[in-house]
Design a protein. Structure first.
Length: 110
């Protein structure tokens, strides 16, 4: 049996995880924006479920996906970890909300 060196991600989950990798360091996007980008504008909850199953937290930055109101949402490694990762990248956070959310919001091109 051959051992695979590269994680294979297929289907919708793979598309979600690949898309998250497009979000630059120090920026965030929303579950809804990801859903829109993938052509499924009503799939924000499904996006969240796909991110929850991220097998490579250290390489696929799902901590950069937040709620549409600028609040952090969830994170499989815990909300404090998500908050600390974003702060380390330069995102300003007060409580559990991003300060000046529009400044940090990344929107995918058409």
């Amino acid at each position: 049996m051959e051992k695979r060196s590269k994680l294979e991600l297929s289907g919708f989950r793979g598309k979600v995880l690949a898309s998250v990798q497009l979000v630059p360091r120090g920026r965030v996007t929303t579950y809804g924006e990801l859903a829109r980008f993938l052509g499924c504008p009503k799939a924000a909850r499904v996006i969240g479920q796909a991110l929850k199953r991220n097998p490579r937290l250290e390489r696929i930055p799902c901590h950069r996906v937040v709620r549409a109101d600028g609040s952090l949402g969830g994170y499989v490694a815990g909300l404090e970890r998500k908050k600390n990762l974003l702060i380390k990248e330069g995102v300003k956070i007060r409580g559990n909300k991003i300060v000046n959310f529009k400044k940090f919001l990344f929107q995918f091109g058409c």
